[in-house]
Design a protein around this ligand. Structure first.
Ligand code: FAD
Length: 317
């Protein structure tokens, strides 16, 4: 079932979460063990991130380094199929522009259609570590809006090099990313919203936000979207902080701020256990306020660890 239909049919705020494919070489059990503890909260859908290749320099001789491409977390499509058929829950694969030509994107979408997967979260992807700017692949998309357009075309039967008849058309529900604190490359929130609107006009039916810790920023973002004519559901994304390293890693990686009150509490933390306590308490507080304000879904980023999300979900669902 499509994410948008889950939202339309819901009588209360829904629960969903995102998982990462495990490191290459690990089995599907690693995925099941991060999903199982969250099943009792009836997730409406589970997102699976996509991780593109990274480059490494490998010594081939004393005086010669070779640039090689390595994928550490492959398996998004396979994991989605496993989730769909084991748990009978909708899986939402993330599909990115980076590293894909348009033909490769089309092949990935055809695989998803074969597997009966109805949803895709369409993203551009970040620059490869070490590169300053995002560089599309030869013949690939430069922006998520172009990817959304390709998926919308496929839904109309328009493939790269041919058109097909009605009964074989895909029917993907497409979601996109939104940034309450602005995407780090956007010159200002106004231009960011203009491009977000382009993604919706290209066919995106809902938005999932970047992680945030200040609900005011989410409420302001929703308000600005509505004033800009972006009327689709906007799903807030939350991530409980669980360790000391998150205090620097999360704001730096996701280009977000901690609100003063949370910052003050984190300042006093001296161990992972203390951060965990503050992080879970903060997420519960955030989720409760969001639910009181009738958000469509509360979406959690697990980053491969479900313990803290389980504690938060147990307090609110
Ligand atoms: P876009 O919407 O293409 O925007 C990128 C930037 O370009 C923005 O600054 C925007 O304002 C600007 N822009 C957009 N269109 C135009 C235009 N036509 N002309 C000029 N400027 C334009 N990354 C992964 O690699 N894998 C994942 O699984 C993944 N999952 C994510 C899930 C969520 C919910 C979120 C919020 C992010 C996720 N990301 C993931 C990270 C995401 O790929 C990065 O944030 C990336 O830098 C931007 O992706 P986007 O889809 O928002 O890009």
């Amino acid at each position: 079932m499509k994410v948008i239909d889950h939202i339309k049919q819901a009588k209360k705020t829904l629960f969903s979460f995102e998982i990462l494919p495990p490191l290459k070489g690990k089995g599907i059990e690693a995925i099941y063990s991060s999903i199982d503890p969250l099943m009792e909260f009836n997730p409406s859908f589970i997102n699976v991130t996509y991780h593109r290749e990274e480059y490494k320099y490998k010594e081939v001789r004393d005086d010669l380094l070779q640039k090689v491409s390595i994928r550490r977390r492959p398996g998004t499509v396979g994991i989605c199929a496993a989730i769909k058929y084991k748990y009978k829950i909708d899986a939402v694969p993330h599909l990115i522009c980076g590293g894909f030509s348009k033909e490769e994107t089309e092949s990935a979408l055809i695989d998803l259609q074969f597997l009966g997967i109805d949803n895709v979260l369409a993203l551009r992807g970040d620059p490869i570590p070490g590169e300053k700017h995002f560089v599309p692949d030869r013949g690939g998309h430069a922006y998520a809006s172009d990817l959304v357009r390709q998926i919308s075309n496929l839904n109309k039967g328009i493939y790269m090099h041919e058109e097909i008849e009605n009964e074989s058309k895909s029917d993907f529900c497409v979601g996109v990313a939104g940034y309450p604190e602005k995407h780090f490359e956007a010159i200002n929130i106004k231009t960011d919203l203009r491009y977000l609107k382009q993604k919706v006009e290209a066919g995106a039916e809902y938005i999932i936000t970047q992680i945030f810790y200040d609900n005011t920023k989410y409420f302001e973002f929703v308000d600005q979207c509505r004033k800009s004519g972006i009327l689709v559901p906007i799903i807030p994304g939350l991530k409980p902080l669980t360790k000391m390293s998150h205090i620097q890693f999360i704001p730096k990686t996701f280009n977000i701020d901690f609100p003063d009150e949370l910052g003050n509490e984190l300042d006093h933390c001296k161990s992972d256990e203390e951060v965990y306590k503050v992080g879970v308490k903060w997420s519960i507080q955030q989720a409760k306020e969001l639910i009181d304000n009738k958000v469509p879904v509360v979406h959690f980023y697990t980053m491969g660890r479900s313990k803290a999300v389980r504690e938060v979900a147990a307090a609110i669902f």
